[in-house]
Design a protein around this ligand. Structure first.
Ligand code: CP
Ligand code: NVA
Length: 302
């Protein structure tokens, strides 16, 4: 594994290795066992969108691994003024040992990897959020013991989270039901991938998707960059809320996962959110451990 651009590129074995290493690093951190695997290495962190969890977990993670995280705001770089990503990739590859990037187009991330010569990590694009879903899989496996055969349901926008959940969960042997309005379906490439899995279902009905679920996922109705569509989206997603009534259709011990930030009263009720806060904040914590595993996998011995 040279990069983490999207989960479509990873095998189930590679995902399992990252989850195993993440569990180990979490254990070591909780027990004060130092793990400076990236001593002397620098990670550039390019942000073209806002972030709380991703920035803080990557920065802290690099520090805990003995390396140095460098925050780079895309607006303050020359890419913000039109310098091609191909040139940025070749320049940064001469200073840094790895790059984490959060941006709009998936192509920018793929181009960084193509033109640069160091590991590239996708920290969210409009297409995918692989780091988040690795943390989600880690959280589900911690709580349920294993992933194979679990029934996962995603309610809402067919966005970056939906795309990564579908790919990550199907690859790990889980069944996935997605409920979204017709105009807000997951990406065509993801639907094409999912076609080969009999355990995949796409529907307009949140009730149908939630039935018998072990895990219920949701995400915001308007993602970063879609703020102008917020009102139109509120109407389109009105029936796609994770509430107590919907949760009653899932298994009695169903988990709820939300990548955060959450909008109470929109995609999730305050009642469901607070009732499952333990699982949701464990999921947020696991960003740190899962990403440290990704960093070590990609950057150690490079
Ligand atoms: N879930 C997530 O990526 O959060 P941030 O946008 O705060 O980084
Ligand atoms: N779908 C959301 C996820 C935020 C972590 C967005 O892209 O804004």
């Amino acid at each position: 594994m040279k990069h983490l651009l999207k989960l479509l590129d990873l095998s189930a074995e590679e995902i399992t290795e990252i989850l195993n290493l993440a569990d180990q690093l979490k254990y070591e951190q909780k027990h004060g066992i130092e793990h400076h695997h990236l001593k002397g290495k620098t990670l550039g962190m390019i942000f073209a969108k806002a972030s709380t969890r991703t920035r803080v977990s990557f920065e802290t993670g690099m520090y805990q691994l003995g390396g140095y995280p460098m925050y780079l705001s895309a607006n303050d770089m020359q890419i913000g003024r039109g310098e091609p990503i191909q040139d940025t990739a070749r320049v940064l590859s001469r200073y840094l040992d790895g790059i984490m990037i959060r941006t709009f187009e998936q192509k920018q991330v793929e181009d960084l990897a193509e033109y640069g010569s160091i590991p590239i990590i996708n920290a969210l694009t409009d297409f995918a959020h692989p780091c988040q879903v690795l943390a989600d899989l880690m959280t589900i496996r911690e709580r349920k013991g294993s992933l194979e055969g679990l029934q996962v349901c995603y309610i809402g926008d067919g966005n970056n989270m939906a795309n990564s959940i579908i790919v990550g969960c199907l690859k790990m042997g889980m069944h996935v039901a997605v409920a979204c309005p017709d105009n807000y379906r997951p990406h065509e490439d993801v639907l094409e991938f999912a076609k080969a899995y009999p355990g995949f279902k796409l529907t307009n009905s949140p009730k149908e998707a939630a039935k018998g679920a072990d895990v219920i996922f949701t995400d915001v109705w308007a993602s970063m960059g879609q703020e102008g569509e917020a009102e139109e989206r509120k109407k389109a997603f009105a029936g796609y809320q994770v509430n107590q009534e919907l949760l009653a259709l899932a298994k009695p011990d169903a988990m709820v996962q939300h990548c955060l930030p959450a909008h109470r009263g929109e995609e999730i009720t305050a009642e469901v959110f607070e009732g499952h806060a333990d699982e949701i904040f464990e999921e947020a914590e696991n960003r740190l451990h899962a990403q440290k595993a990704v960093l070590v996998t990609l950057m150690k011995n490079k």
